[in-house]
Ligand binder design. Structure first.
Ligand SMILES: [Zn+2]
Ligand SMILES: [Zn+2]
Length: 196
């Protein structure tokens, strides 16, 4: 079965994603190889219009996904990845970088913190941004396929409570996570394996 990835951008995340679409594709093909198609779409206006912010100017990710799904119905072989420029949170967490709603195959990645320095006062260089986006894509795709957080802090499936932890983990799955993906039928490599 060929998977279809729909990438959704809103006006303020558009430039970054258009410029770095190769990184998005690299993350997807790391797991799905050539077995996918990809489209880029604009976030539906009504979703953006109806989205509400909290007092810290953050989006509640559950309500955003609900709004998105009332506008774009999930389809069985389609995985939707939404890139937002706004900061996001979930339940009692102050903020999150990304989230995955498994039943509707929806991944949301916020570029708000990913594009910033640790103190959030400045912007980081494009290469660091690209690496962070790549790690977030692997991590969320891992969740989508059923992987939980990993206790190996170098593994891309480890939970990153802050940007420093995100930068310190590797853009790879550890051996344990690779084996789980292999059991599900996905051919994925870990950092110490060459791809020949
Ligand atoms: Zn996670
Ligand atoms: Zn792992």
């Amino acid at each position: 079965m060929k998977y279809k990835f729909n990438i959704w951008v809103e006006p303020d995340s558009e430039d970054i994603i258009f410029r770095n679409i190769d990184v998005v594709e690299a993350g997807i093909s790391f797991i799905f190889w050539e077995n996918y198609e990809l489209d880029i779409n604009r976030m539906p206006e009504e979703v953006l219009r109806r989205t509400e912010f909290n007092e810290r100017n953050q989006l509640d990710i559950s309500s955003l996904i609900k709004l998105f799904r009332s506008s774009v119905k999930p389809e069985s072989n389609i995985i939707d990845i939404i890139f937002l420029s706004k900061d996001i949170y979930y339940k009692d967490k102050d903020y999150i970088f990304a989230a995955t709603h498994i039943p509707s195959k929806t991944i949301v990645i916020s570029l708000y913190r990913l594009s910033k320095t640790y103190d959030l006062k400045g912007f980081i260089d494009e290469n660091t941004l690209r690496t962070r986006v790549f790690k977030e894509i692997l991590h969320e795709l891992g969740h989508l396929l059923g992987l939980d957080h990993c206790s190996d802090e170098k593994c891309v499936m480890s939970f990153s409570p802050n940007l420093r932890a995100l930068d310190e983990k590797l853009p790879f799955f550890c051996r344990v996570c690779v084996d789980k993906l292999k059991d599900m039928g996905y051919k994925v490599f870990t950092s110490d394996e060459g791809i020949i």
